[in-house]
Design a protein around this ligand. Structure first.
Ligand code: ZN
Length: 111
């Protein structure tokens, strides 16, 4: 389940979470029409967020990968909710750690 938000930095407001990309476009368009007469506010932001409400584009690659894994694991339990379950976050960390250890093992065996 994907999650999106629209943020207007002029009004300092953020839209509720929506699950469809066309709903995100509608949120932005409705805000621009009602608050700014159809003009585009400077530095407005819109995009996909993780279950903790962070924009994926602001995360470092490793943190974004962890967020994707934890989101996918948490969506198994409740696809509509926000937040990570502790076991999903731990599972994502364990998966990334195992992959790093496996890669390190292959590299050291090849040398
Ligand atoms: Zn605004």
């Amino acid at each position: 389940m994907r999650r999106y938000r629209y943020r207007c930095t002029v009004c300092r407001t953020t839209s509720p979470v929506v699950h469809q990309i066309h709903d995100l476009a509608a949120e932005g368009e409705a805000h621009r029409q009602t608050m700014h007469g159809g003009h585009f506010p400077d530095d407005e932001a819109a995009g996909r967020i993780d279950r903790l409400g962070r924009w994926y584009t602001t995360l470092t690659p490793l943190v974004a990968l962890h967020a994707h894994l934890a989101d996918a694991l948490s969506d198994l339990r409740d696809p509509k909710a926000m937040g990570h379950y502790w076991w999903a976050s731990a599972g994502a960390t364990l998966t990334l750690g195992s992959a790093a250890a496996l890669a390190l093992t292959f590299i050291s065996a090849a040398l």
